[in-house]
Design a binder for this molecule. Structure first.
Ligand SMILES: Cc1ncc(COP(=O)(O)O)c(C=O)c1O
Length: 393
């Protein structure tokens, strides 16, 4: 189930979370911008109006104060089209990755970049009368799958292995045996497991394959990674790979989810093809200037990372004490086991106004939990401990 459908079915849109209290939670979050340095032993009281949202991998720190200021400063000129701000942002992203502006395509969130890449790759295959399929691990972030299905293209779902890692050899075999183009979606770190796939595995596959195997590497959470076995797919693009696109987003580490800024990185020839599927002027002025300022605010980047690291520690300490298994998280969420039925656990948390992530079949018995601020996670842990006392987990 995607986020929009989930929001509707959870009643969150109807059940009291109005724009008013969203705005006030943003204001509160911005006041919490120093959260990483704050003590984590303050408890907050989630309520119906101010629930604890640990379900969509948002960054509850709120955006950098400099990004907020940039939006305010840009408002008087917001009656103009966003070309200048977009151009500056593309330049800054390219510079940050030591790439050319021709390597970058902005998206209305990385969701739009993913959609455009999938549409482009399918169109290119069909234009040359080749069969096409999309191969995805299961479970993973499902937008590539949804956008491919909308075009009537077959999606092959390859279950994770018994360690909940990508089964690269199974995916490769399916691509190798297919008489046509295979579009491979690799989410690294993966959502929902928060684990990375080591660079050696991805690069060995890409280096050993022809251009009829096309890779979309979604690195929405790359900025949180500390594991040295991770290497961005952007390195392959620097080596002129023509069958690799990497997508990134400002929604996660930079906390700009509501402003919708993401981008694709690829060889200039591919970027030109992707751009044909992108809505013109897709990035709005507010999003573009906020993203630009975020890239300049290195202090915020450090706070954002440190905050998630602190929150992760709070949660893993608690899970260790409770004897609940979890995977090594390299993102702003963690995949952990719960005792008993996950849906029941999720509903009980809801009664405490805490929205935790859900189960992702076929990985049953596991729950995805977003790492909010340290004080939010301290609150979550106190409720989790209460659940243990009640014999619920
Ligand atoms: C792995 C992954 N990719 C992409 C996205 C989409 O992010 P956005 O469209 O906000 O950039 C998400 C959102 O949760 C995600 O988890």
């Amino acid at each position: 189930m995607d986020r929009r459908t989930l929001l509707k079915s959870s009643g969150l849109l109807l059940g009291g979370l109005t724009l008013g209290n969203l705005v006030s939670s943003v204001t509160r979050a911005s006041q919490d911008n120093q959260a990483a340095s704050k003590t984590a032993n303050v408890l907050i009281t989630p309520t119906k109006e101010q629930p604890l949202l640990l379900n969509f991998n948002e960054n509850s720190l709120g955006m950098s104060p400099k990004a907020q200021q940039a939006i305010i400063d840009a408002l008087p000129q917001a009656f103009r089209y966003p070309d200048a701000a977009r151009e500056q942002l593309i330049g800054k992203i390219a510079e940050n990755h030591t790439l050319k502006v021709e390597n970058i395509s902005l998206g209305n969130g990385s969701s739009e970049s993913i959609q455009a890449v999938i549409q482009m790759a399918i169109y290119q295959a069909q234009k040359t009368k080749q069969k096409v399929q999309v191969i995805v691990p299961n479970p993973t972030f499902n937008y590539a799958e949804l956008y491919a299905q909308a075009l009537g293209v077959d999606v092959v779902k390859v279950p994770l292995d018994n360690k909940l890692a990508f089964d690269i050899s199974a995916m490769k075999k399916i691509a190798d045996e297919f008489a046509g183009v295979s579009i491979i979606y690799l989410c690294n770190p993966n959502n929902p497991t928060a684990t990375i796939t080591p660079a050696e595995q991805i690069e060995a596959w890409i280096n050993a394959t022809s251009e009829k195997t096309f890779f979309l590497i979604d690195e929405a959470y790359a900025e949180f990674v500390t594991d040295p076995h991770f290497r961005s797919g952007i390195e392959l693009i620097k080596r002129e790979a023509k069958n690799v696109v990497v997508t990134r987003t400002f929604s996660k580490i930079y906390a700009l989810a509501g402003l919708r800024v993401g981008y694709a990185v690829a060889h200039p020839d591919l970027i030109a093809q992707i751009e044909a599927f992108i809505s013109i002027d897709n990035t709005n002025t507010a999003g573009a200037v906020a993203a630009l300022s975020s890239l300049d605010d290195k202090t915020f980047l450090t706070i954002s990372r440190t905050s998630v690291d602190t929150s992760r520690k709070i949660v893993t300490n608690a899970l260790d004490k409770l004897g609940l298994e979890y995977l090594p998280s390299q993102a702003n969420f963690i995949f952990h086991k719960v005792t008993g039925d996950v849906k029941t656990y999720q509903n009980r948390m809801k009664e405490y106004f805490i929205f935790v992530g859900r189960e992702f079949p076929p990985a049953t018995g596991w729950s995805r939990l977003t790492l909010g601020t340290p004080e939010e996670m301290t609150t979550f842990v106190s409720v989790l401990n209460e659940f243990r006392m009640k014999g619920w987990i």
